[in-house]
Design a protein around this ligand. Structure first.
Ligand SMILES: Cc1cc2nc3c(=O)[nH]c(=O)nc-3n(C[C@H](O)[C@H](O)[C@H](O)COP(=O)(O)OP(=O)(O)OC[C@H]3O[C@@H](n4cnc5c(N)ncnc54)[C@H](O)[C@@H]3O)c2cc1C
Length: 395
């Protein structure tokens, strides 16, 4: 029997739905299978970098996202001891992006915007409460086994995109190793409606604060601020999640302010892992299924969206027979290498800088901020534009 001419996607997170949107835009039918009963509401990534906004603009959804988010053109590095060290402004790279700013907006807003747009398209289908378990393939098609309403069923298509997150069942079914390590400390994210602009002079919406004792990251999203702290391995989960613990950390953020209204706390483990391959025949890994990293620099979801666009642009060409199937090798080569070289290296360096707060780091940042050429190179790197250029150069 001829398999249905469509692309299967496991997972309706931001990366799976961006992949779906780019395929559907080019007239390729897509069927998405999501384990959850609805789109996730979890409070997770909230930063969209300039080139990601350019990609979302090509999909016709950047304006909706910007309308629901907060534009952050500037970001700061501070140290608890020395105050402001350096401020950077994405206006400095306004010639290479249509969006010279970050947008601070919850990833759950993006998935809803995408689903609303996709649902109007005949080429798009989605099934919730449909976890993918197992994957098989032959020379013509890929077939996955799904649990739905207590029954096991199979679904086939030309290719499968595994966008099913860090614990990917697609990756497990393929037997692909997820190489890397887990940090001993966990990260605690505390959300409060308190407006830190009132308490810290000259603060911007994105602020990294270095401190050898306990660094923090202070980030504004519409209606809330989120503050992220490390939680050391000796500090038990029950302690870390207690209101007193959050208040004790928050009391050190702005001088003289304590007793915050806290709306939400999340404690999570942080990993640095990259799948040994992003391609296995007709099956491809994207986003957290392919790589995970610490959130300093906001590169996890952004890198995943870059994977989705890179892969689906190739799928369009191969589908139309304007490129040969071996073009998919480039997806693995480009995206895996830049994930290792850029996302993993940069996120590890960001963490080291914040936790050491040593004079070298402070001097290095001040020097970069004082020199226009170095500032430009730095902005290209942190906005992830350099990683996309590097991927192109890999051919
Ligand atoms: C607490 C937390 C905070 C974070 N903060 C940041 C941040 O500040 N900045 C940043 O860049 N990144 C952050 N991240 C990472 C970021 O959220 C991810 O990089 C991003 O969600 C990746 O998107 P994704 O679509 O690849 O995976 P996910 O968002 O995990 O989506 C995967 C989807 O697949 C579904 N699924 C799972 N298993 C199956 C299956 N077997 N079959 C079908 N569907 C399945 C899931 O239900 C889910 O909907 C954070 C992550 C966590 C956990």
């Amino acid at each position: 029997m001829t398999p249905p001419e469509r692309v299967l996607i496991a997972g309706a997170g931001p990366v799976g739905l961006v992949a779906a949107a780019n395929l559907v835009r080019h007239g390729i039918p897509v069927a998405v299978f999501e384990a959850g009963p609805d789109l996730s509401n979890e409070s997770r990534a909230s930063t969209f970098h300039p080139p990601t906004l350019d990609m979302l603009d090509d999909l016709g959804i950047a304006q909706d996202l910007i309308a629901q988010g907060l534009k952050a053109a500037k970001f700061q590095y501070r140290s608890r001891q020395h105050g402001l060290i350096a401020q950077f402004d994405f206006a400095g790279i306004g010639d290479v992006t249509r969006h010279p700013f970050r947008v601070q907006c919850e990833q759950s807003k993006l998935t809803r915007i995408l689903l609303k747009k996709l649902a109007k398209t005949a080429d798009f289908a989605i099934a919730f409460s449909s976890p993918v378990h197992h994957v098989d393939q032959d020379s013509d098609s890929v077939t996955m086994t799904i649990d739905r309403e207590g029954r096991t069923e199979t679904q086939s298509g030309r290719w499968l995109i595994g966008a099913d997150g860090a614990r990917s069942d697609v990756r497990r079914s393929l037997g692909v190793e997820f190489e890397g390590f887990t940090w001993p400390e966990r990260f605690l994210v505390v959300s409060t409606p308190f407006d830190f602009h009132r308490a810290i002079p000259d603060l911007v919406s994105v602020n990294y604060v270095a401190d050898p004792e306990r660094w923090h990251f202070l980030l504004q999203i519409p209606g809330l601020w989120r503050i992220m702290f490390p939680v050391w391995s000796g500090e038990r989960d029950e302690l870390a999640l207690s209101p007193d613990f959050a208040q004790s950390l928050m009391a050190k953020v702005a001088p003289g302010i304590s007793g915050y209204e806290i709306t939400h706390t999340t404690l999570y483990r942080v990993h640095q892992r990259v799948a040994k391959t992003f391609c296995a025949g007709r099956v491809f890994l994207v986003g957290d299924a392919a790589h995970i990293n610490n959130p300093l620099g906001g590169m996890g979801m952004n890198g995943g969206i870059h994977d989705a666009i890179n892969l689906t642009a190739r799928m369009v060409e191969v589908w139309r027979k304007t490129k040969p199937v071996d073009d998919f090798d480039r997806y693995d080569r480009q995206r895996r290498l830049v994930t290792k070289e850029h996302v993993e290296t940069q996120s590890i360096q960001n963490k080291k800088d914040l936790e050491s707060a040593n004079p070298d780091f402070i001097e290095r940042l001040a020097q970069i901020a004082a020199d226009p050429a170095q500032t430009r190179e730095y902005l290209l790197r942190v906005s992830m534009i350099s990683s996309l250029k590097r991927a192109e150069q890999l051919g």
